[in-house]
Design a protein. Structure first.
Length: 265
């Protein structure tokens, strides 16, 4: 008899990023690039060809001094669940080079299947995917700094954040060697989570009630980017400021902005 698939038993890895703590230092971006062998160019002035799996955006409340407020928003891949795993990028990929893993909630990227059509880039509303325009070349001796667990990507393929999935595999291997069937919360943490000096990023299993992210996502300060689109992202943001919540769902100028100004005063 076929065993019934129970989604509640599956893991659903995700993040909670506290924007009230984030200082915009960019440490998460550096940690991500180092951990995942993200290539860079000698001339990075053309940002259309830059690759940054984790990118920090700066937004303001559009009010003049002294009422100006600034917020920094770190943006990894949202690992959208969409509807039953049909996230925007997964739905349009003709090569099945990207897939939604029901057991982890992670949207994978299989580089050897990708032929560079970039449909996924057009479908992603968060601009979280990047195209390799060139073969990766690191300066002399920098090859030694590369992570042996992560394969460098060739030109002509799309890449993105994968929640440091090789770390998850390593944690599972260690648990298996120890005779354990599961891993603890602190055994699998992303590089950006560990690299944040402000402790603004929390990572874990959104389905596990004992994990910190499970409790944080239920906070009254929690929201998700462009939630009206129904992409069902697994990255939650925390902020005590109403204008940040509105900006996260891409509010329009006009009446909404007037309401923000009224609530500010």
């Amino acid at each position: 008899m076929k065993k019934e698939h129970n989604h509640m038993k599956n893991k659903k890895f995700g993040m909670c990023i506290d924007l009230d703590k984030c200082t915009g230092c960019g440490s998460c971006m550096v940690a991500c690039m180092s951990e995942n062998n993200v290539p860079f160019r000698e001339d990075e002035t053309d940002k259309r060809k830059s690759i940054t799996w984790m990118k920090v955006y700066k937004i303001t409340n559009n009010l003049s001094f002294p009422d100006t407020e600034v917020c920094y928003i770190p943006r990894p891949c949202m690992h959208c669940e969409g509807h039953d795993g049909h996230s925007p990028c997964v739905s349009v990929c003709p090569a099945t080079a990207t897939d939604y893993d029901m057991s982890t909630g992670i949207v994978s990227q299989i580089y050897t299947r990708c032929f560079g059509c970039r449909y996924c880039m057009g479908a992603c509303p968060y601009h979280a995917r990047y195209f390799n325009w060139w073969d990766p070349v690191w300066p002399a001796e920098m090859e030694k700094y590369l992570s042996p667990d992560v394969s460098p990507r060739m030109r002509g393929v799309v890449e993105k954040c994968n929640f440091c999935y090789p770390r998850y595999q390593r944690a599972l291997d260690n648990a298996y060697n120890d005779g354990r069937s599961d891993i603890d919360e602190d055994e699998y943490q992303t590089a950006c989570t560990q690299g944040c000096p402000a402790g603004a990023i929390t990572f874990g299993d959104l389905n596990n009630k004992s994990h910190a992210v499970y409790k944080l996502k239920k906070s009254h300060r929690a929201f998700r980017l462009l939630e009206r689109l129904g992409t069902n992202p697994k990255v939650y943001y925390l902020s005590s400021k109403e204008w940040v919540h509105r900006a996260g769902d891409n509010y329009l100028e006009g009446e909404n902005l007037k309401n923000i100004k009224k609530s500010h005063h």
